[in-house]
Design a protein around this ligand. Sequence first.
Ligand SMILES: Cc1ncc(C[n+]2csc(CCOP(=O)(O)OP(=O)(O)O)c2C)c(N)n1
Ligand SMILES: [Mg+2]
Length: 1026
Amino acid sequence: MHRLRTTVVRLRPITAPQTAKSQSEPRLAAVRGALRTFQPMRSYTASVSAEPFLNGTSSNYVEEMYYAWLENPRSVHKSWDIFFRNANAGAPPGAAYQSPPPLGGAALGLANAQAMVGLQPNVEKLVEDHLAVQSLVRAYQIRGHHVAQLDPLGIMAAIDPGPPPSDIITSNDKLEFYGLDESDLDKVFRLPTTTFIGGSESTLPLREIIQRLEMAYCQSIGVEFMFINDLEQCQWIRQKFERPGIMQFTLEEKRTLLARMVRSTRFEEFLQRKWSSEKRFGLEGCESLIPALKTIIDKSSMNGVESIIMGMPHRGRLNVLANVIRKELDQIFCQFDSKLEAADEGSGDVKYHLGMWHRRINRVTDRNITLSLMANPSHLEAVDPVVQGKTKAEQFYCGDTEGNRVMSILLHGDAAFAGQGVVYETFHLSDLPSYTTHGTIHVVVNNQIGFTTDPRVARSSSYPTDVAKVVNAPIFHVNADDPEAVVYVCNVAAEWRATFHKDVVVDLVCYRRNGHNEMDEPMFTQPLMYKQIKKQKGVLQKYAEKLIAEGAVTRQEYEEEIAKYDKICEEAHARSKDEKILHIKHWLDSPWPGFFNMDGQPKSMTSPSTGLTEEELGHIGHIASSVPVEDFTIHGGLSRILKGRAAMVGQRVCDWALGEYMAFGSLLKEGTHIRLSGQDVERGTFSHRHHVLHDQNVDKRICIPMNHIAPNQAPYTVCNSSLSEYGVLGFELGFAMASPNALVLWEAQFGDFHNTAQCIIDQFICPGQAKWVRQNGIVLLLPHGMEGMGPEHSSARPERFLQMCNEDPDAYPKFSAEEFAVRQLYDCNWIIVNCSTPANYFHVLRRQILQPFRKPLIVFTPKSLLRHPDAKSSFDDMLPGTHFQRLIPDSGPVCEKPDGVKRIVFCTGKVYYELTRERKNRGMDNTVAIARIEQLSPFPFDQVKVETGRYPNADLVWCQEEHKNQGYYDYVKPRLRTTVDRTRPVWYAGRGPAAAPATGNKAAHLVELQRFLDTAFNLDAFTGQS
Ligand SMILES: Cc1ncc(C[n+]2csc(CCOP(=O)(O)OP(=O)(O)O)c2C)c(N)n1
Ligand SMILES: [Mg+2]
């Protein structure tokens, strides 16, 4: 097509090129001026376009035929040849088309057609011109945003479009690109169906066409949407931006907008006046963010949305809290008082990270709306997936399957939006069945700078928003100094989400009036930009002057509005001085009504029994080993697995997968929703789980037996995720935030992959409660174990999780024996376990929900133990009265003569099975005791004390399969020493220190294993050492 078009251009008579005008000229004004000097001279009725088949979507095809025919009339079908000849010859409307010549009659038809050729030679030009106009319309739709006036500073640092595209008519000489010239400007053209610029007109003069295209695509709004693959969506956007007269605002709307601009602007000015040397990451330069968000909220509320969950970075956060979420101003102002004492335990957080939850009446719609802004760390964009997860959960709990009642808004900085990979990961969750929130509205505060870095060195794409194209989200760039344009695109964005339930981006092109924060000097690095910014009149002033000039408000009314808001701020400031104590819990973003008592404390401090009756175990075991729907053909291999499960149930034993089934099944039956998410979790990476059965004969027919446990059970969600850790773990964390009454688990494919989600672990999971007084019961399942698989796929890096526990290794906790376990749990920042039996895994999962508070749970899960014949549990260990064992003592021959025991080896996880095998082989069952620490954190000091006391003549060894600088040694050693009052040394048996977690050589792996087992059972190994 492209080739044909250039050929056609070559065939056209060449008009003399006009002198190129300087590009620095204000382009659009010039072209508009030039175009407007022409008066319509005559009007054509285009005969060719009267052919019905030339309209609509077939026009591209016709265009192609026409170009081909121009090149070589024989290259098209005879009927086309005749049509084009007739049209060229000036056949009257509707008469150019003739049926293909009948066989044998060809000569006659051709003769007729040829008779007409030459009558009106300018018809060829007419067709060409119509095709040109169609291309021109399309050019504006695709590339108009490149010449839109987006940058309030007029320096276009944000956008690097290169020279204006040749097919946009920025000056009259550009008409030549289409084979048109100024004499064509007053000719009338039929508009294609792919444009709405005509309004009720189907034809317009070219001059008007260009002018309307400019109005639609080249003013304060730049629309990027032509990459969207859906015609209906493209048409929807075209009519939103092309229809004449779209940007009409009532007087009332203008005055509301002005009032919102006053609040936004004066809030920052107030803070600046009162605390000029405090960091607040002010919004100056993008004050229209506040009306933008309020418009989105108003419109969404109008469309039925009742709850909006928001995530945003530092910039303008306090302003959003004050003027969008409506946090009490005195609560915000008192955060600036450095003398306030903290009422809550924990670290707390800086004021521009705190979250907020607020239910109020939306003034515009008079409907209830709940707004929450999620607390977040400094780590830009990390909150994105968390917001999505929480939104999904709220939708799930209120049965909002389409996202009509709950939605999310994400705000971004330009540099972070382009630079942070988690943005991409989050976009890729947006349309996945178990992760979609049915459309997010993204708002970018595009101040054309990231700290001290210019866009040209901060990203390789033209716009910071290009990442959104991966999900076909339309992108509305808008000059933030044109508040009406901002409000318009925000309305369209909210309507888009309500109509298509897909993501959309509003790119507020603005500037940053101050440095990165209020202390920062921007002139060091952006001198010219900041010279321009210093000259820049504030947007409020500009808009107020516009409205005053229009007569929409008087100067007095404007000044009164300012005085009114200033007074509100002053009064709140006076009140804020009465605050003596800072309550972080007033900044909670996700309250759990009913879960705690009135003081925010757990309702009890006991954990109920986690055991199940024999009958319940049998029933769930039966579901786990059957296909609970009719006519469903499963894979033969899976039939064998299910038979194996049935046999285990018959023998009253569980392997790992069945233990998990028992925990999940029972919690579901008791009404707890369970959501298990991660890569390949449905089957399980190690093919042990099989929670989703696939019919071998019917495509996509599946069965989830876990949803067939009991009639009134809670639903079970198990979902294979995208190949992301950061995004998906963040999402699940957000899901778990919404309610304490769900067990939300994220499983890493292999434990070591969690490190690509490190930020979620370090910034949210580990310190979340300390920073933001909010609890979270998320469970991380991290397959871990040295099994000769090489440096990767081996270690889930227990050392890192253990290092981040808030427990004092040198102090023995002072709790009573009865409350020891639960108090420890209540005080810890997270729970870390490495279970060696299915029963213990079963109990810890149930405890996670049955305990009266929520803590994150990290589980190092096994790989080879999934099928290890000894790693099975009897139903006896899961009956009522049984519970999670923080430490499993040795119950073998050592118990008979504890005085004769020479060594007690403490260990955790899979190495226990290697140790017991070795002990047996060496005949040392009487001399070496082996104790398993199943709950690593909080450390079971009390139970370890019992064990060390039981064997008074034994030396103490910590044995691990991990390298010495990894695993648990550094964590366990000081705790063991504290337990024995530092009276006995703690020896080490394990791999030596190393840089990599494991060897890639299988033989070396086995040698290392044997070496540390030798150490563990050599009773002289530590003799003489101190
Ligand atoms: C992941 C991450 N890396 C680095 C930083 C340090 N940092 C804080 S703000 C900032 C610049 C952000 O620029 P932009 O996203 O454009 O937002 P703006 O401050 O301009 O509003 C940087 C690099 C951070 N907070 N998070
Ligand atoms: Mg920026």
